[in-house]
Design a protein around this ligand. Structure first.
Ligand SMILES: Nc1ncnc2c1ncn2[C@@H]1O[C@H](COP(=O)(O)OP(=O)(O)OP(=O)(O)O)[C@@H](O)[C@H]1O
Ligand SMILES: [Mg+2]
Length: 225
C-alpha cells in the first residue's frame, strides 16, 4: 500500500508530516518518499528537506516534474514551456511499485487538493483518483482550520477519494481538534507541535508520539495490498 499526503493548502506542513511518518514507520516497513511534482525549487526542494530530516530511514525518489518558480504547477510548466503529463506520473508510480513491491510509498501532494497540474484543468485530486490511493489530510491547528479542513474533506468525499484521517500541525487547540473530528467524521491521526529546531533528532522525537493507535500501519504495510 501507499499513501498520498495532501494538505488543506500550501505550506501547511505536508513535508514535516511525511518526515515524521518516515521516522515513525521506517523501522517497521520499508518506505520510500516521493514528491512527483514540485515547484519553487529555487527556494529549496521538499525532497532535499526529507533527505536532511530522515533520509537515512527511507529511500528518496526523484521528482517526475521539478520547476523553479514558486507557483502553481500548471503555471510553472507553462512558464517553462513544458506540459505535465499525468499519464507519465501514473507510469512512474507503477514503475516504482514494480521495482520494489515490498516497499510502501509516502507520496507528497503539491499545494492543496484542487491544485491544477495542467492548463486543461486536470487537478491533483484527479491524479489521486487515477492512482486509486488513500489519502491523509494535513491541516493547521489554528484559527480558520475548521472551515478549510471541512471543505477539503467534502471535496474528497464528493470525488470518492479515500481519506484515512487528519493530521493537525501547529500549537495545541483542543476545540479545533474536536470540531474537525466530530464534524469531519474522521480520526485525528496525530498532532505535530511546533518543532524547534527542525532537526533529525527532533523529528524522531515527534515521531514517537505520532499516530499512537498505529492507524496508518495497515496503509503502509505492503503485505496488505
Ligand atoms: N511543526 C512544525 N514545526 C516547525 N516548523 C514547521 C512545522 N510545520 C511546518 N513548519 C515549517 O513551515 C514551513 C511549511 O511546512 P512544510 O514545508 O512542511 O509545508 P508543505 O505543506 O509541505 O508546503 P508545500 O506546499 O510547499 O509542499 C516549512 O518551513 C516548515 O519547516
Ligand atoms: Mg512540502
Amino acid at each position: 500500500m501507499s499513501l498520498v499526503v495532501v494538505g488543506t493548502g500550501t505550506e501547511i506542513g505536508k513535508t514535516i508530516a511525511c518526515a515524521i511518518m518516515v521516522a515513525r514507520y521506517s523501522s517497521l516497513f520499508p518506505l520510500a518518499y516521493w514528491k512527483p511534482v514540485a515547484t519553487g525549487s529555487i527556494e529549496g526542494r521538499d525532497t532535499l528537506e526529507i533527505e536532511r530530516l530522515c533520509g537515512h530511514q527511507a529511500e528518496i525518489l526523484q521528482e517526475s516534474y521539478l520547476f523553479e518558480p514558486p507557483v502553481s504547477p500548471h503555471l510553472a510548466a507553462r512558464l517553462a514551456k513544458k506540459r505535465i503529463r499525468p499519464e507519465s506520473i501514473i507510469q512512474a508510480f507503477s514503475t516504482h511499485r514494480k521495482r520494489d513491491p515490498g516497499r510502501a510509498l509516502i507520496i507528497e501532494g503539491i499545494g492543496g487538493l484542487l491544485v491544477p497540474l495542467t492548463s486543461g484543468g486536470y487537478l491533483l485530486a484527479d491524479l489521486i483518483q487515477e492512482l486509486k490511493l488513500p489519502c491523509l489530510l494535513v491541516a493547521s491547528s489554528t484559527l480558520g482550520t475548521i472551515n478549510h479542513t471541512l471543505l477539503s474533506i467534502e471535496a474528497m468525499k464528493s470525488r470518492d477519494l479515500k481519506l484515512v484521517g487528519v493530521v493537525l500541525n501547529g500549537p495545541e487547540n483542543r476545540e479545533n481538534r474536536q470540531a474537525i473530528h466530530k464534524f469531519g467524521h474522521l480520526p485525528i491521526i496525530g498532532h505535530i507541535r511546533p518543532i524547534h529546531p527542525l532537526s533529525p533528532k527532533n523529528i524522531g522525537r515527534a515521531a514517537r508520539g505520532f499516530d499512537r493507535k498505529a492507524l496508518l500501519k495497515s496503509y503502509l504495510n505492503s503485505d496488505q495490498g
